[in-house]
Write a protein that binds this ligand. Structure first.
Ligand SMILES: [Zn+2]
Length: 97
């Protein structure tokens, strides 16, 4: 089963009120605490309700794809400041180590 964008589905969970699953195009949301408090971007979150409705394999594949698409986190590369000398004309020269 799939949830189209803008489509919602109520799923009865352990809470008295049903959880609401919603489709957002390429990702899905759920109102359960497991989803709400999950770390990471919304597009990569999932929970047992989404897995139950959409299929665990399909959800896991979707999350993996979202991870693959996300820009990799890179450590900012810092180049150490180089010593420079300035000549009388105001020109700067970098000194090679
Ligand atoms: Zn849920």
């Amino acid at each position: 089963m799939e949830l189209a964008e803008g489509e919602t589905l109520r799923v009865k969970g352990s809470a008295p009120d049903p959880y609401v699953l919603a489709g957002h195009g390429s990702w899905y949301s759920c109102t359960c605490p497991a989803w709400q408090f999950q770390k990471g971007p919304l597009t990569r979150r999932t929970c047992k309700h989404l897995k139950g409705v959409l299929g665990a394999a399909a959800e896991e594949a979707r999350v993996r794809e979202a991870e693959a698409r996300a820009p990799r986190r890179r450590k900012p590369q810092r180049t150490p400041p180089r010593d420079t000398i300035t000549d009388d004309a105001g020109r700067e020269y970098e000194l090679d180590d």
